[in-house]
Design a protein around this ligand. Structure first.
Ligand code: PMP
Length: 366
């Protein structure tokens, strides 16, 4: 008897590998591998979640009116042009699904977010990987990859796993260099962590251009990774196409209530941003002091830092040493980074502990 045959492009997908929350030998550990908020969740969001959690028997509002209105008023957007999904992961999948198919090409950067290849292959499109420039997004390299088959370009800004940031000028140049029938997805999962008032111009482009989708998430700054709420903003035509393939009820009642409360808890948001900026700076400075041991931090505007190991202590040994000490970070050999660890900025104690463990491992490796 013949069994169902998966599509060949599905079998080409390397499955997503989530960050571990236990050590390989099963111990509970400090998880600095998924860029979650080390300060937890806004107390207001927790309370809103608890208050809404009893609503179990009814479907959620399929059109997410309250969430869209809250987002629209916060960011000065048209609520009709907001899409939402089960994490921004779903929104990224919707973008690929609505605008690309078998034989089309989707471009993303080397060391790009690992969901892009999955979303690309899932629809039978061909991944085109643009080379980086010392780990940062290289606009000219992306533009050089464009062909008549290009349908979508995915850019995370700041980028994951490198943390690098493409300026407003670079994003404008990228957009200006793309045909208007190519969808430019600006993935802002970490945009709130950018220091100062830096803005890559994504909102202006999404508001005015016919081909730009900005995506955002509640999983990082807002501390709601468990609730899986992401969203996006683009022209009415783009949003309408994506809605056609959206799962009808992919965000929950309690998660939505928590997200709206989190959005309005500006104290928690500011506390998280300030904490991250301060400890990211401290962590960078400490890694710089370990430069003579071959460690180098890629400049980051996100809530994590990619540390490169180019001396005697290898990234693999550091990964194992940190895990033995109860700290899980992300080693990314599958993403072409066998020499790098992506480390989420944790609490003060956690961040200091990671540096102390690295110092010890360097001494041991000598
Ligand atoms: N984009 C980027 C660049 C990310 O790093 C992540 C989280 N790993 C996401 C999108 C998706 O986040 P979520 O689905 O939790 O919104």
């Amino acid at each position: 008897m013949n069994a169902p045959v998966p599509k060949p492009w599905i079998m080409d997908i390397a499955p997503y590998i989530p960050g571990k929350s236990r050590t390989d030998d099963g111990r509970k550990a400090v998880k600095l591998s998924s860029n979650e908020n080390p300060l937890g969740t806004s107390p207001a969001a927790r309370a809103a979640f608890a208050a809404a959690a009893g609503n179990l028997e009814r479907y959620p509002d399929a059109s997410a009116v309250e969430l869209r209105e809250a987002l629209a008023s916060k960011y000065d957007l048209d609520p009709a042009r907001i899409i939402y999904g089960n994490g921004s992961d779903e929104v990224l999948h919707l973008a690929a699904g609505a605008f690309a198919g078998p034989g089309d090409e989707i471009i993303y950067v080397n060391y790009g977010f690992s969901v892009y290849p999955i979303a690309t292959r899932r629809v039978g499109a061909v991944p085109v990987v643009a080379p980086d420039s010392d780990y940062a997004t290289d606009v000219d390299a992306i533009l050089a990859c464009v062909t008549e088959k290009t349908k979508v370009v995915f850019i995370a800004n700041p980028n994951n796993p490198t943390g690098t940031y493409a300026t407003r000028e670079e994003i404008a140049r990228l957009h200006a260099g793309l045909r208007s029938d190519i969808l430019l997805v600006l993935d802002h999962a970490y945009a709130e962590y950018i220091e100062g008032e830096i803005d890559d111009g994504g909102w202006d482009l999404a508001k005015s251009a016919p081909n730009v989708l900005v995506t955002r998430t509640f999983s990082k700054l807002y501390g709601l990774a468990a609730e899986r709420i992401g969203w996006g903003y683009a022209s009415a035509e783009i949003i309408e196409a994506m809605h056609r393939i959206r799962l009808p009820f992919s965000i929950t009642i309690a998660g939505t209530a928590a997200a709206i409360a989190a959005l309005n808890d500006t104290d928690f948001v500011e506390h998280t941003r300030t904490h991250n900026a301060a400890w990211r700076r401290w962590f960078n400075d400490e890694i710089a002091k370990l430069g003579n041991a071959g460690l180098r931090a890629v400049p980051s505007q996100a809530n994590f830092v990619l540390v490169l190991f180019e001396g005697e202590l290898t990234a693999e040994a550091a990964y194992k040493g940190l895990m033995d000490a109860g700290y899980i970070v992300r080693w990314l050999p599958g993403q072409g980074l066998p020499h790098g660890l992506r480390i989420t900025i944790g609490t003060e104690d956690e961040t200091k502990a990671v540096v102390a463990i690295l110092q010890r491992l360097i001494a041991d490796a000598r």
